[in-house]
Write a protein that binds this ligand. Structure first.
Ligand code: GDP
Ligand code: GDP
Length: 433
């Protein structure tokens, strides 16, 4: 699995700037999805051949006042506890503060790699800027500039040196779906509703509290694995007080699944956290099914309200199929499987080059890419570059002039022409023949 790096530090040290740098190159297009929240906290990155996940702990929920660490929200503490590695960021211009010391106290107790990054160090003398931070006893401080990029790469390389390079797994030949969603939307109830009816073949005990539970089962003689991020079976009730929702767990489950079932609560407005989770799944390119839960007994007006709210805030999930269910009463739960199957099939679809090229011709005949000044981008042929999600590589000339809107148009056209239901699809452009 990809290691997860948590970015920690007091406000204004430059966490989100560094986060953007670490996650930037991955898929700039995703950021252009209309309706997708820009204020992201989870992302993908890669240094050399090593992929990783990043959590910016900065923007999480309001700070809870709990003792000496009141500067650090509970969510931040949780992310620290769950991450595989931590970058602790301090501000080289402001210098060492009491808050930094409090955070350092906590981080020194961690048994995972921590690096101390002295940010905003561009144009400063490295030895001088880091000197006072040795006091934090977190090893040699690393002078970096998140804004300019200096020192960032070597910092991350060093941090991840102990982690194995992930070997790309063979595509599974059956759906492995993760049930994800914010706390209390009904994930545990849904997992139980699903498993109540089916034959469970095996289920893994989680290694640690941050692990999801993987359960293999059969339904209508087909095999599935459900990834239970709520971890209900094992830890039921024991530490209900402790948050059973976990950002890191959710991110890793999304990574590891080939389909995600996003659970929403019909009785509450769509929250920022819903959009963040959905955005992360989209960025990961996962096929998706949306289950709007607690649907029983709601009146028409309330149903209409929530549908509108979802359309407005999660419009970027227009490729997914929506189900209105009651996990508690078991309504609509069985129907999810048709969509899970379809989404899985679409995510894994093999798209032959001649048909893709034909589809490309049809799409461009219907609508040409706009001119950019005197040049008009010319697309020649297309072939498949990957599955889960399907990637279509389009070859041609002057493709760098193709605007995002046309890019989107092509993606939609391919999805439509190949009748791919429930998966996003990515188009990439390659210059030349
Ligand atoms: P956060 O609150 O920790 O997420 O911090 P931000 O990323 O929002 O940055 C806080 C401020 O520091 C902003 O004004 C940034 O432009 C600035 N900043 C971030 N990184 C750097 C850096 O590497 N050098 C300098 N000079 N300023 C930076
Ligand atoms: P999780 O935190 O996402 O795993 O959510 P739970 O499965 O623990 O459910 C949170 C609360 O919502 C519990 O009190 C459930 O009984 C309730 N709940 C779950 N599904 C439904 C449903 O379909 N309808 C109603 N009315 N309540 C539900």
């Amino acid at each position: 699995m990809k290691p997860t790096i948590a970015l920690v530090g007091r406000p204004n040290v430059g966490k989100s700037t560094l986060f953007n740098r670490l996650t930037k190159s991955r898929d700039a297009l995703v950021a252009d999805q209309p309706g997708l929240t820009r204020d992201r906290h989870y992302g993908h990155g890669k240094v050399g051949s090593k992929p990783y996940l990043v959590v910016d702990t900065g923007g999480f929920e309001p700070v809870a006042d709990d003792g000496i660490l009141h500067e650090m929200a509970r969510q931040t503490l949780q992310a620290i506890d769950e991450a595989d590695a931590v970058v602790f960021i301090v501000d080289g211009r402001t210098g060492l503060t009491p808050q930094d010391k409090l955070i350092a106290n906590r981080l020194r107790q961690l048994d995972r790699p921590v690096r101390l990054a002295v940010n905003k160090a561009e144009g400063m003398v490295s030895n001088l800027v880091v000197a006072e931070f040795f006091e934090l006893a977190l090893g040699e401080p690393w002078p970096i500039s998140g804004a300019h990029g200096e020192g960032v790469r070597s910092l991350i390389e060093d941090l991840l040196a102990g982690f194995e390079v992930e070997v790309e797994e063979e595509d599974l030949d059956y759906p492995k779906f993760a049930i994800i969603g914010r706390p209390n939307v009904g994930k545990s109830t849904l997992v139980n509703a699903i498993l109540g009816e089916e034959r469970v073949i095996a289920f893994d005990q989680p290694g640690t509290t941050r692990d999801s539970i993987y359960i293999d089962f059969e339904r209508n003689a087909r095999k599935y694995t459900v990834i239970d991020t709520a971890g209900v079976r094992k830890r039921a009730k024991i530490d209900e007080a402790i948050e059973k929702f976990s950002v890191v767990k959710t991110m890793q489950a999304i990574e590891d699944a080939n389909v995600v079932v996003l659970v929403l609560d019909a009785r509450q407005d769509v929250a920022e956290q819903d959009a963040h989770i959905a955005g992360f799944a989209l960025e990961a390119g996962r096929a998706m099914v949306v289950a709007v839960n607690k649907w029983e007994g709601m009146d028409l007006y309330a149903r209409d309200q929530i549908k509108r709210d979802i359309a407005r805030k999660l419009g970027f999930l227009d490729f997914a199929r929506y189900h209105y269910i009651s996990a508690l009463e078991g309504q609509g739960v069985g129907d999810l499987f048709a969509s899970i199957d379809a989404a899985y099939k679409a995510a894994m679809a093999k798209l032959p080059t001649p048909r893709l090229t034909r589809a490309l011709q049809l799409a461009t005949e219907k609508q040409q890419p706009p001119r950019a000044g005197l040049v008009r981008p010319k697309m020649k042929y297309a072939h498949q570059g990957g599955t889960n999600p399907p990637v279509v590589i389009v070859h041609g000339t002057a493709l760098e002039h193709i605007p995002t809107s046309y890019w989107r148009y092509l993606e939609h056209s391919f999805l439509k022409m190949f009748k791919l239901q429930g998966t996003p699809l990515r188009v990439q452009f390659k210059k030349g023949e």
